[in-house]
Ligand binder design. Structure first.
Ligand SMILES: Nc1nc2c(ncn2[C@@H]2O[C@H](COP(=O)(O)OP(=O)(O)OP(=O)(O)O)[C@@H](O)[C@H]2O)c(=O)[nH]1
Ligand SMILES: [Mg+2]
Length: 390
């Protein structure tokens, strides 16, 4: 009996010594058997394709430096049904890679959202391979259907070209360009109908040559989803009057004919200083957008876009997708559903939003806090904020 016990102890001692020797000499053995890893297997751990950073988020543009707040893991393991959307020409490649690399470095390396590129011409092999090389996320390249892009036949070209000549005369930016008008109309009323975007609910629009100044360690798509937001912006400003002379009258006609489509909790106060009589020309700068595609796909905005399109103002004037989206969001969503992404430092020439104070520190932003458009005379942020003060 005593001899058997002695053998048992001896065998145990050999096993324990072996375990320690392997733990020190073999990393994968150590990883597989360490107490914390074994615990994770039982208690549950973060899936490998999920953001490694803590991904809880601040609400409504406010920010807390309290680490316990950001450690509550409320968004851990979740992703929204979302994609980046980049409309681009092959010639935009240098600016596209600049934007995309920043997006990857500041945010998407951790979150792995897919990209959708759209173009009215096929993307070149060079474009596709350079762009795909920047990310581990899925990248898709879509061709825009002809009828979604080009000037429709029913537009009176004589009238349209006279309007363009007039704008060139008056030095209106992009006033002489048909492709620019195609782009504005496409962004206003078609991009969200593209086959490649059909599976998605949320999008983040990214343009060439933009800058992202700060690290983003939470998922803005989940902010949209969890807080029932439908439109997010970083910069807002006034539109050039010369590009939209009849837009507001057209909007008013639409509202008068379809009052039931306008949200009772709308953001008209952002658009108008006199209860809707005149347009103050405020709009969200649409080169940055995080939005809910269903806002555009819904009945109200679909009817609204069709009505605007029928008036021909995308070609007889130069209606931009920024005022059209902004008016649509402000009228058909509730004002609480429009979100200011205060902690996303962003620049599209010539304006930038640079987070201030604690937000600047938290995002390790590299923009100069003094260079911030928020309360410049040409910004509309104060009108947005005024809607929530009473
Ligand atoms: N495929 C395609 N994309 C275009 C065309 N024109 C513009 N875009 C894209 O549409 C978006 C807006 O165009 P931009 O030229 O940046 O317009 P903008 O921001 O008003 O003007 P900039 O100050 O020049 O940036 C960008 O993502 C462009 O790459 C076009 O003719 N074809
Ligand atoms: Mg641009």
């Amino acid at each position: 009996m005593m001899t058997q016990m002695r053998y048992l102890f001896l065998a145990l001692a050999v096993l324990i010594s072996l375990h320690y020797i392997l733990s020190f000499t073999n990393e994968s053995y150590n990883n597989a058997t360490s107490f914390s890893n074994l615990k994770d297997q039982f208690v549950g751990n973060t899936p490998p394709d999920h953001p490694a950073a803590d991904s809880s988020y601040p609400s409504s543009g406010t920010l807390s430096l309290d680490k316990s707040h950001t450690k509550n893991n409320s968004t851990a393991g979740r992703k929204a049904n979302a994609a980046f959307v980049m409309l681009a020409r092959n010639g935009d490649l240098p600016g596209i890679v600049t934007s995309m690399k920043q997006m990857e470095d500041r945010f998407n390396k951790k979150f792995n959202y897919p990209y959708v590129f759209l173009n009215e011409e096929p993307f070149s092999e060079e474009f596709k391979s350079r762009v795909s090389g920047l990310t581990d996320s899925p990248v898709q390249f879509g061709l825009i259907p002809h009828d979604h892009w080009f000037q429709p036949d029913w537009i009176d070209e004589t009238r349209a070209s006279a309007a363009r000549a007039d704008m060139v005369q008056n030095s209106v930016i992009y006033g002489g360009s048909v492709p620019y008008r195609n782009m504005c109309r496409y962004n206003s009323g078609f991009f969200y109908r593209h086959e490649l975007l059909k599976p998605f609910k949320y999008y983040w629009r990214v343009e060439p040559n933009i800058q992202y100044f700060c690290d983003l360690d939470y998922d803005p798509f989940l902010v949209m989803q969890d807080q029932n937001k439908v439109y997010g912006f970083t910069v807002s400003l006034f539109e050039y009057e010369a590009t939209i002379p009849t837009l507001w009258n057209t909007v008013k006609q639409f509202i008068n004919s379809n009052p039931e489509l306008v949200s009772p909790e709308n953001a008209m106060a952002f658009l108008s200083d006199d209860g809707g009589e005149t347009y103050n020309r405020c709009h969200f700068w649409s080169n940055f957008e995080i939005g809910d595609l269903d806002l555009w796909r819904g009945e109200a905005y679909s009817k609204f876009f069709d009505y605007l399109d029928e008036q021909g103002g995308f070609y007889y004037e130069r209606w931009g997708d920024a005022p059209v989206h902004s008016i649509g969001a402000a009228l058909f969503a509730e004002k609480d559903q429009i979100h200011f992404f205060n902690d996303i430092g962003y620049r599209h020439e010539p304006f930038q939003h640079c987070p201030q104070g604690a937000a600047h520190a938290k995002g390790k932003c590299w923009c100069d806090e003094k260079q911030n458009f928020d309360y410049e005379w040409y910004s509309c942020l104060n009108k947005y904020e005024a809607m929530f003060k009473s």
